[in-house]
Design a protein around this ligand. Structure first.
Ligand code: SF4
Length: 474
């Protein structure tokens, strides 16, 4: 696929009937639950302001908070591994797994692991990664990538899940029914319980890192994060550097906006705070605790016009409310991060020359910014990327010359008024009888899926002027 092929990917997604039927289910679910959850908390907007301010403050002093976090991790008996690139992070994790003689690793959901393509690297080196989040597990069996940051298998039909289980679960009784979600869950649980016990290393992501205590925090609804990090010999946390927040008090603010924005829950079912390896008095826990801290282009965003994007807490609200995501799903965006946040973050991490036209994957309706719990100005940043796109000649010539012609005309108001009046009059006359056009030259993209209504009653400016005259005459 690839982000550079966004247009082709989107076209394919819109003609995938299974995907379209799954996307229709998304329309109400998460976004309506968010509205209800936000309405239950009168101070929700104040909480969003506070969450934004915490992230802004941390980003302003990120060197201080990351060093503080590292000192605390070491005091607690753990170790921090600083990794500049995806390759460094992959090699660090592979090295840790080899030192521990690991054959199998369990993984709690981590988008950063997707970003650095960790599973492929471990597999190539003889270590079996097992995803333990149910959605991630399903797409791992299907050799796919997540299509949503909090619901990675949202594109998969029930039949698709059953098919994947029948293909990969060798002991699965052919007569066992797999039509109900509950039956599928029971089947996945049977397999995953065994895998949890076999694992030598557990790798999780982190929703937050706490500088004050050196802790990592993961929120899940399945409890798989807890088993991933407490049962094996070692727990490796893979996190990008902007996940740090100063204190536990700040964490409580972030948690109050995260679950409500993501799934409409007051809190996720499990919030697990891990602080170092098992201590002598602990009943369980890993013998070793490592934090792999990844930069991968983020430090270059600090101080620039895309710094605000580093406030993102990966709640998914922007994609849950995005009309473009609702039409094409997550894979069409071509890289790890879909939806409006991906449209901004992907070019920042892989470069606009690789992402190409991805910043155009938005109607700029503004809904993403309206629902973002940390108030990231996503549409503004999309416009910045579109400017870069134009400067670098990435768009097709038709769009480029069309925009240039439009700019020329729109900056000459008198000529613009005359030209639009002629065009509207001509089209109005031509389409008067049918009331619409089925085809139009240079507008095939529009008329191939919908009719173009014939204009009536003059241009907007003519109608506005007439209205003003009428108001003055009264
Ligand atoms: S950009 Fe905002 S709404 Fe989108 S995932 Fe990030 S925090 Fe959530």
């Amino acid at each position: 696929m690839g982000a550079a092929n966004f247009k082709e990917n989107a076209h394919k997604a819109m003609h995938d009937s299974d995907l379209q039927s799954e996307l229709r289910k998304l329309a109400g679910g998460f976004s309506q639950a968010r509205v209800r959850a936000a309405a239950d908390v009168p101070e929700f907007d104040a909480l969003r302001d506070a969450a934004r301010d915490i992230k802004n403050h941390t980003l302003e002093h990120i060197d201080y908070y990351l060093e503080r976090f590292e000192r605390k991790v070491i005091e607690n008996g753990g170790k921090v591994h600083w990794c500049r690139t995806a390759e460094e992070a992959r090699e660090t994790i592979l090295g840790l797994c080899r030192d521990l003689g690991a054959k199998t690793v369990t993984k709690g959901k981590s988008m950063i692991a997707e970003e650095i393509m960790l599973n492929d690297h471990l597999e190539k080196n003889g270590i079996e990664p097992v995803e333990t989040d149910l959605g991630e597990y399903i797409i791992q069996l299907r050799h796919e990538t997540p299509s949503h940051i909090i619901a990675p298998a949202i594109h998969v039909t029930t039949e698709g899940v059953a098919k994947a289980f029948r293909e990969h679960h060798k002991d699965l009784d052919a007569d066992r029914p797999l039509t109900e979600p509950r039956a599928m869950l029971a089947e996945a649980r049977t397999i995953l319980r065994r895998r949890f016990l076999e694992a030598d290393v557990g790798i999780t992501g982190a929703n937050f890192l706490i500088a004050e205590t050196g802790s990592s925090v993961i929120v899940t609804n399945e409890g798989n994060g807890d088993l991933t990090q407490t049962l094996p010999k070692a727990h490796i946390v893979l996190a990008s550097l902007e996940k740090v927040v100063p204190t536990l008090e700040d964490l409580s603010t972030m948690l109050r906006v995260l679950a409500r924005s993501a799934t409409g829950q007051e809190m996720s079912v499990y919030t697990t705070v891990s602080t170092g390896p098992r201590r002598a008095e602990d009943l369980d826990g890993p013998g070793e605790y490592h934090v792999v801290l990844l930069d991968n282009g983020r430090s270059a965003m600090i101080g620039g016009e895309f710094q605000d994007m580093l406030r993102c807490i990966r709640c998914g609200a922007c994609m849950n409310n995005c009309p473009v995501y609702h039409q094409i799903g997550g894979h069409a965006y071509g890289w790890v991060y879909p939806g409006p946040m991906g449209v901004v973050l992907t070019p920042a991490l892989i470069g606009i020359d690789e992402a190409k036209l991805l910043p155009n994957a938005s109607t700029l309706c503004g809904k993403c910014e309206e629902v973002c719990p940390v108030r990231i100005p996503l549409p503004k940043m999309m416009r910045h990327w579109r400017e870069r796109e134009f400067e670098r000649h990435l768009e097709p010539n038709t769009a480029r010359y069309g925009l240039k012609a439009w700019t020329w005309l729109a900056t000459r108001p008198r000529l613009y008024r005359m030209a639009t009046a002629v065009a509207v009059g001509f089209l109005g006359g031509l389409g008067r009888r049918a009331g619409r056009f089925r085809t139009l030259p240079f507008a095939g993209g529009w008329t191939s899926v919908r009719d173009m209504p014939a204009p009536e009653g003059g241009t907007f400016q003519q109608q506005w002027a007439a209205r003003q005259r009428k108001a003055r005459a009264r």
